[in-house]
Design a protein around this ligand. Structure first.
Ligand code: ZN
Length: 465
């Protein structure tokens, strides 16, 4: 399993060997979440819920099925999803009068209800979210967590009095996103998508992209500002203080299990997963180092150590299996456990615990008496170092170019005049996808790679995963 040599094969093997997913379910692109993978995903979901709850969003749960009549209300939206939806055409033996579709996302499920819920300015802002499965018929080759047909999905939907308040929501989403990405130790860019690539029906879309070691980009999620594009067809109006009826301005923020795919791809190595401590089901594994005659002493000591760490809020497991220590190391490295502790006769005599970091392989000892604090500090350091290294790799991969000849398999940065004609020409010539211009404007002056005109607009492009 060599990440450098064949990223794609390495990724596909690793997600199964480490127990994150089981692809043997007999529907292509719909994988099973075995216990270990689901535990990791649940930690990610927990952080999403924490951040959303802390910013006054309410969690809700909408039905899976959407009537065709509602789905067709926003015409750009249906155009964007037409080829990707699954249809329910029968109920028992009866053909349905109005076909139902499995949600590919929930705008058209929620907005008929919003038009009932929102009455006056006192109902605004309305901020809700849900964590559910969505369905999209992907025709490209499927890949666990990254391109699947049943998607574990997070989506928040908000309604506001005006465009400025909706804009404030977009800015709040960026803060929520940063808190989450810190936990996942993932670097990312916020790129405003081109007009032809924005979400169907959106006023604008900001893509959240990270850099995969294969040289490709991976979209982790997106944030959309809809203005009144959905509230008009769905008739979501409120009575303002002066008694006039106004349409709400809306936003959404969506992310998916791709977050886990990014964690695997960005942090993993040839030995297996490297999980950020915040989402690792087991943060610390303790390996007893048994020698002749000290089985009982070591067993008792490792159990005491585990209990002490548990009391400090650390997710810890003692591996008391019969395998040799080397085999245990190998097993837990594959699972991505951030920190391994070893406890043998000599450690006990010296009043220390030995450790090995999963991310760097660095080994050392901490004092037995301060082990709780020291382990916590080590886990924090691991998380920070993982993100710094990933950030550094992403930054150093970004290459500013002034011609389309001999393109490296990297993230490309170049000038663009802003026209669709030039954009599409560049995408076709270079076989890349323009991800968009930085949401936070970057100082730039150069020439459009399509027409050669001077421009201050810089865009990022890459081959997408
Ligand atoms: Zn141009």
């Amino acid at each position: 399993m060599k990440k450098e040599e064949n990223f794609s094969e390495w990724y596909n093997d690793l997600v199964e060997q480490a127990g994150l997913t089981d692809k043997r379910y007999p529907v292509k692109g719909m994988n099973v979440w075995p216990a270990y993978g689901w535990k990791v995903m649940r930690h990610i979901d927990t952080f999403i819920r924490q951040e959303l709850d802390a910013t006054n969003h309410d969690e809700v749960c909408f039905p899976l099925l959407i009537p065709e009549t509602e789905f067709k209300k926003e015409k750009d939206h249906i155009k964007g999803f037409d080829a990707e939806v699954y249809w329910v055409t029968h109920a028992g033996l009866n053909e349905l009068d109005v076909r139902l579709l499995l949600r590919p996302t929930s705008e058209t499920a929620m907005y008929p209800m919003f038009s009932i819920w929102v009455r006056s300015h006192g109902d605004l802002p309305l901020k809700i979210y849900q964590l559910v499965n969505t369905f999209r018929y992907e025709t490209k080759q499927t890949r666990a967590f990254i391109r699947v047909r049943e998607i574990h999905f997070f989506e928040s939907h908000t309604c506001h009095e005006d465009e400025a308040d909706a804009q404030r929501q977009v800015e709040e989403d960026f803060v929520i996103l940063e808190a989450l990405m810190k936990r996942l130790a993932l670097p990312y860019l916020l790129l405003r998508r081109t007009e032809w690539d924005k979400f169907p029906g959106a006023h604008y879309t900001v893509g959240i992209d990270t850099y995969m070691p294969s040289g490709r980009s991976l979209q982790l999620g997106s944030i959309h500002h809809y203005r009144e594009n959905f509230s008009r067809p769905f008739d979501i109006k409120y009575e303002d203080v002066d008694g006039t009826q106004k349409y709400v301005h809306q936003t959404t923020f969506g992310m998916s299990e791709r977050l886990l795919g990014a964690v695997v791809g960005v942090h993993g190595d040839d030995k297996g997963l490297v999980l950020p401590p915040d989402i690792a089901p087991v943060q610390v594994v303790i390996i007893p180092i048994i020698a002749k005659g000290n089985l009982e002493e070591i067993t008792q000591n490792t159990r005491d150590l585990a209990n002490e760490l548990k009391a400090a809020g650390i997710r810890v497991q003692v591996d008391e299996g019969d395998e040799r220590p080397g085999a245990k190391y190998y097993k837990w490295e594959l699972k991505g456990v951030p920190l391994r502790l070893e406890l043998g006769g000599r450690d006990i005599a010296n009043g220390v615990v030995s450790y090995a970091r999963r991310d760097t392989g660095e080994k050392g000892t901490v004092l037995r008496k301060s082990v709780g604090e020291d382990v916590e500090a080590l886990l924090l350091k691991i998380s920070q170092d993982m993100r710094a290294r990933a950030q550094q790799r992403m930054d150093s991969s970004i290459t500013t170019i002034d011609s389309l000849d001999d393109l490296p398999e990297k993230w490309l940065r170049f000038g663009w005049c802003g026209t669709e004609e030039c954009g599409k020409k560049i995408e076709e010539t270079a076989d890349i996808k323009i991800l968009g211009s930085p949401y936070v404007k970057e100082e730039f002056h150069g020439k459009c790679l399509g027409c050669g005109k001077e421009t201050d607009t810089v865009v990022y492009a890459a081959r997408a995963m």
